[in-house]
Design a protein around this ligand. Sequence first.
Ligand code: GDP
Length: 361
Amino acid sequence: MRCIGCGAIIQTENKDALGFLPAGALDKKIKNDEALYCQRCFRLRHYNEIAPTQLTDEDFLKLLKKVGQQDALIVNVVDIFDFNGSLIPNLHKLTGNNDLLMVANKRDVLPKSLKVGKLTAWLKEQAAKKGLKPQEILVTSAKNKADVIELMTAIEQYRRGRNVYVVGVTNVGKSTLINAIITQASGDQELITTSRFPGTTLDMIEIALDEKTSIIDTPGIIHRGQMAHYLEPEDLKYVSPRKEIKPKTYQLNAEQTLFFGGLARFDFINGERQGMTAYFDNEINIHRTKLDGATAFYEKHQGTLLSPALVATKLVRHEFSVSGKTDIVFSGLGWVRVPERARVAAWVPEGVDVEKRKALI
Ligand code: GDP
């Protein structure tokens, strides 16, 4: 018996391990012929509580290696809003010569004016830099029915009668997509647990495609460089934008600083005055101040003027030279587009990745 939410095998012995359901609850559910959810998924669905997961990075690598040894189609779901933060390190090495379909999800978050063709070309270039050569890159929004149908058609085309493994780091929308596929294929509603908490899909879950083959949803690996791991649960909304981002352009002079709530900071150290554009969740408070004194300003206003506040960690500085049309990416939180030559610094919580890349927009 497996949990219908996360796929873990149901057990009644160890409340800290995967798939736990108290014996009494299990008996009752069987007697009443109710859907079986483990306690963890039940809580998640009903109270949005979270229990720690037990899948280690090592387990995940083993799992990917196993997938790589089979002749199957691999579907890698990534988050367009957090592209580099949502790539699986060394995926190309682990999955060998398997066919790869890349699904870039959360299209709805990016400005509508960005053309899909340009976006796909950019994604292809970025993927190639990481050694990934997908057969195709599909841009989706998990909540858009037309995109889900297109994804199902592409899977059918590329799998050529083989099994399909869906892989991705946590929080890219993998469960939401799989749910949409199930709903589309069977009319069943939301059988798999989805949530805003990173790391909530456990163990493998299998959905039959025909007599012999299936779609297998694998657990997401936790990418520690993602901002989501350094936030309080109530602040996760800032790293999972729900709506189209409204970019904000600031005409900045050298020696000016932008704060993104209390979560990150951007310094324009030197260069000509220019319009720098911030792509962040619309609800994040962006505050402009002088570079000189910015650290004292942060200490004074963190949690009040500069909110949401950062907890239990500090901001670390990363300096970059930019020669034009570059994004400085705060992994999972957003990015600043720098159009011209400049020297800048990005401050993020210790452990979060920062990156310089060719401008997306
Ligand atoms: P998983 O960990 O990869 O299985 O991710 P989930 O399916 O649990 O989704 C993580 C978060 O992203 C949830 O808050 C979803 O509602 C949200 N999400 C998933 N797909 C999309 C999408 O296409 N657009 C937007 N804006 N949010 C999405």
